[in-house]
Design a protein around this ligand. Structure first.
Ligand code: AMP
Ligand code: MG
Length: 318
């Protein structure tokens, strides 16, 4: 029997019993558990095979619940929350004393956001506790943007995938921390840098593990298919280097003309980066299940969501 269902009451019952439920958000599906239940939180780490040093994002129903999660909100954090919640932005702030160390990997900060999906907002309003929810995939693998992706990964390990359809934005939230009360981007994501800067002015970026021990999840190889993946500005040239192999191609808007290519996915014929972002992981799941020898991905223009897409494509390569 399928574990995919729209039943919010069933999801709430499972969560209250310390079980895990995959929840839809506008970014990717999350593997959710009660933040105050040690049993549930340990289950999240075990199910994902996620190292304990990698902290979780806390999901709350509204800005008003923020005071239960954090102890201090810088002015620019308030501005950002007002502007973008519910939405694809995670804030890293000084944690409230009640937030368990397991959630924050022992740090004195906690990552928190109000997701923008009607089913999950309703679920969060029903529950007497917030949900910790990392992406619902084994550690390092491609994030799920459809209920079927989660079912394929975790059919036997979790009680339910709450069916909210395909994720509208399709890549993870943008994570923003604060250093001396000034915003710093720890992870590029579904909210474009330009939109953030329109609200709080210039922000700095510390998106790489080497320069940002503060964002422990930013491993260089992450969001990765098991098929060997290459990222290039010139797909036709890269294809020539792999002649004779079973080649899959992932391009932004224009088809590549080559007999050597076995399968090809165009992310947005119209050249719309938001559409491309929403389809990115589904395309990667699709290509990864076609027994290809290589996937060749085209680099995006380096602005707006293109920057975030390039970040994920880069981490898919090795
Ligand atoms: P995921 O939920 O898998 O999309 O990833 C959550 C990511 O949020 C982690 O991998 C970290 O990079 C980041 N994060 C969570 N909590 C913190 C924190 N307290 N400080 C800095 N980054 C955090
Ligand atoms: Mg993840």
């Amino acid at each position: 029997m399928s574990i995919i269902s729209k039943n919010i009451q069933n999801a709430a019952t499972l969560l209250k019993a310390d079980k895990l439920v995959a929840i839809p958000t506008e970014t990717v599906y999350g593997l959710a558990g009660n933040i105050y239940s040690e049993t549930a939180i340990k289950r999240i780490f075990e199910t994902k095979k996620r190292p304990l040093f990698n902290p979780l994002i806390v999901h709350i129903p509204s800005i008003e619940s923020l005071e239960d999660i954090v102890s201090y909100v810088p002015e620019k954090a308030s501005l950002l929350a007002e502007a973008f919640w519910p939405g694809s932005m995670t804030l890293v702030l000084k944690k409230h004393a009640n937030i368990p160390d397991l959630i924050t990997a022992g740090k004195d900060t906690v990552a928190v956001r109000v997701p923008n999906h009607p089913l999950t907002l309703e679920l969060l309003q029903t529950l007497p506790f917030p949900l910790a929810a990392p992406s619902a995939n084994p550690f390092g693998s491609i994030s799920p943007t459809k209920p079927e992706h989660v079912e394929r990964y975790f059919k036997d390990a979790i009680g339910q995938v709450l069916d909210g359809g395909p994720c509208a934005n399709g890549i993870e939230s943008t994570i923003i921390g604060f250093e001396n009360n000034e915003p710093v981007i720890y992870r590029l994501g579904a909210l474009a840098l330009e939109d953030i800067e329109a609200v709080v002015g210039k922000v700095s970026i510390k998106n790489k593990k080497e320069v940002s021990p503060d964002a422990p999840g930013m491993l260089e190889r992450h969001y990765a298919p098991s098929t060997r993946t290459f990222l290039t500005d010139n797909v036709s040239e890269e294809v020539k280097k792999h002649l004779g192999k079973h080649i899959g191609v992932l391009v932004f808007k224009s088809e590549v003309n080559s007999n050597a290519v076995a399968t090809q996915i165009i992310l947005s014929q119209e050249g719309d980066m938001a559409e491309a972002a929403s389809k990115l992981y589904d395309a990667m799941h699709d290509l990864d299940h076609q027994n290809l020898d290589v996937i060749i991905a085209e680099r995006f223009p380096d602005y707006g969501l293109g920057k975030s897409i390039n970040d994920r494509l880069q981490r898919a390569t090795f």
